[in-house]
Design a binder for this molecule. Sequence first.
Ligand code: ADP
Length: 299
Amino acid sequence: MEIIKVDHLRKVYGSTVAVDDVSFTVESGEIFGILGPNGAGKSTTVETIAGLRKLDHGEIEILGLSPDNPELRRRVGVQLQESELPEKMRVREALDLYATFYPDPADWRELARDLGLSDKLDTRYGKLSGGQKQRLSIALALIGNPEIAILDELTTGLDPQARRDTWSLIESIRDRGVTVLLVTHFMEEAERLCDRIAVIDSGRVVALDTPAGLVSQVSTEQRIRFRPSADLDDRKLAALPDVRTVHRHGRTIEVVGTGNVLHSITSHLAAAGIIAEELRVEQATLDDAFVRLTGRDDG
Ligand code: ADP
């Protein structure tokens, strides 16, 4: 069942087009990822879905309602970037306060336990670590027992261990039957967690697929790295059949191509009497798919 429908969303700030034309649907029970480089329009998209910003053009339906429907405040949990609480507020006070916002809140003690915050209840917000703050913000997003959780750049700034803990947590949120809309610019995170991913660039959806599907879009591509034993003209390499790009990283040459690119290169080298040292052929990854789709490399 489709529970979020975004149709030709457009959002402009003055002369900046934050979201140009974004459409996708989210199915009930899935973890849907929005992946893209900084400034792509991810936050604007989810904040518009969450009813926090007004759309300029297009249509959004969430749980069959318009994003500004007040009923959604209790049915959708939102964890946004930089949701700061007062430094002096204790964890217990924050949970208690947020619970009063909802008609049928979750038991916050249970949530705190699930999120590993039980022994932090008397700690002030300002004294929490980055990971603990994130876990608290997730608890606050879930306290209303939402049907949908919107999580924006949840793991940015976390160390690798805290990031992995957060991933298990997101999976456990989904296991409770909550649909998750997750904004991220971490490839590994999207790959590990998401059932489907919309890749957004410059305010547009450039691809929408499962992580494996995105990879297979570029998997005909091969990446070949080697160190030539003698001087080599990059332009001649670039002109070979099936070669798409040629780059240098120090003494290493990296060729990306399709089809028989490996054969093209090795026969060219053999004819020139050059040996390919440290030759490696790599499979496509989600990283490659991302770079191909967005033309950028800041995931
Ligand atoms: P992302 O979340 O992918 O990093 P954002 O949605 O935050 O992207 O931003 C998309 C574009 O819109 C950026 O160029 C950003 O500078 C601009 N933008 C976002 N919010 C505002 C705002 N309130 N006023 C003006 N420009 C904004």
